[in-house]
Design a protein around this ligand. Structure first.
Ligand code: ATP
Ligand code: MG
Length: 358
């Protein structure tokens, strides 16, 4: 998909903007505090109905207004045009696709698959497993449309089982154990199948950007897979009852990057960690294209802060090859290097929340 038209209203310091982006690279330049990240946040809101920067969506609404609105025209892979719109106030959000109201955030995630790289992206490999599970499941979700329903069933069963554990209703646990085993095994299989395809793509991208030998991507199911999940639930029961939650299962799944047999986050430099995270995200987009001919949209904030000169040039070349739509911000145009070989790009200048094509 490609965003052909974007309207932004009351997103941080952007009061009103209408943009006609390039289907390929869009370079966004502006001084500090001009509104570059706000521009990317507006696009992200449309795809994920949340901010990549703040946990409170309220903080994204311009402080002089009560609501924000972002809408876009999207050219889909089948040639059709879709209209996406999101309106958010301090309490509610209203989303529309082709003038139909929907409350399913997943509809937007399918319509506008987004990946974002920003200066804190390295946290993906540095922080708690939750972020990595979300990353993995974004890939599985875009790869197989059946995954979402199975994952929702699993979460529902898990919530029931946890509430029974809290009230120590041991007799009813068996019913939920069976359901949980059933859906949990399916979630695990979807993830494993996805990773089988994902790993070679990721390793190839790593080789382009990093001079590292012996890089490995490991999947942790969330339980000791020497044993069947139903046996694990039975073995864990005392522990689960004592703490009032389910200790093992796909909700504890994780991925790890190992370099020369050691956890990447404890071994590689900060720059290398950022490049590994970037490679993970590029690999998801590449796979989306390979498998479904569907291309998402890449948001890269603070391009220069992330990469050295050589890797910046390599990344731009990669993105041109990938033929996806990209929005990249920086403070100085010179950070983008020589653009003479890049075709069809657009350059935008942001100043005090005004976005002007130059
Ligand atoms: N809710 C809000 N209402 C109004 N202005 C806001 C709001 N939230 C943030 N801002 C302001 O919007 C301005 C633009 O912020 P933004 O993060 O987009 O800047 P930027 O161009 O990315 O800067 P930098 O180069 O430093 O990253 C900042 O001055 C910020 O204080
Ligand atoms: Mg910024």
């Amino acid at each position: 998909m490609i965003i052909t038209k974007l309207n932004i209203s009351s997103v941080r310091n952007i009061i009103l903007a209408a943009v006609f982006p390039s289907p390929t690279l869009n370079f966004i330049i502006g001084k500090n505090a001009s509104g570059k990240t706000a521009f990317l946040e507006a696009i992200f809101l449309l795809g994920r109905i949340k901010s990549f920067r703040s946990s409170s969506i309220k903080s994204v609404i311009n402080s002089s207004y009560l609501e924000l609105v972002v809408s876009a025209e999207i050219l889909q892979m089948n040639g059709a045009t879709a209209h996406l719109g999101v309106q958010i106030d301090s309490k509610n959000y209203c989303c529309r696709i082709n003038n139909q109201t929907t409350h399913k955030k997943s509809d937007f995630a399918y319509a506008l698959p987004l990946q974002v790289i920003h200066p804190k992206s390295y946290e993906l490999l540095d922080a708690a497993p939750q972020l990595r599970r979300e990353f993995l499941d974004w890939g599985v979700f875009n790869d197989n449309e059946n995954f979402l329903l199975v994952w929702r069933h699993y979460k529902k069963c898990l919530a029931h089982r946890n509430s029974l554990l809290k009230t120590r209703s041991v007799n009813q646990l068996n019913v939920w154990n069976n359901e949980l085993v059933n859906y949990g095994t399916m979630v695990n299989n979807y993830r494993q199948n996805y990773l089988l395809k994902f790993k070679p793509v990721f390793i190839e991208i790593v080789a382009r950007f990093l001079d590292l030998n012996d890089v490995e991507l490991k999947y942790l199911s969330g339980w000791n897979t020497d044993k069947e999940l139903d046996c694990v639930f039975i073995e864990d029961i005392d522990k689960d009852l004592r703490f009032g939650f389910t200790h093992s299962g796909p909700h504890r799944g994780d991925i790890q990057i190992m370099v020369a047999g050691r956890l990447a986050k404890d071994y590689v430099s900060r720059g290398q960690l950022k490049l590994l995270v970037m490679s993970l995200k590029l690999a998801q987009m590449q796979l989306l294209k390979n498998q479904h001919s569907n291309i998402g949209c890449f948001l890269i904030d603070d391009f220069a802060a992330e990469l050295d000169v050589i890797n910046r040039a390599k990344l731009l070349n990669y993105l041109v090859e990938l033929e996806c739509q990209v929005f990249i911000t920086t403070t100085e145009q010179s950070d983008f290097g020589d653009l003479t070989d890049i075709k069809n790009y657009k350059m935008f200048h942001v100043e005090h929340g005004n976005i002007i094509q130059v």
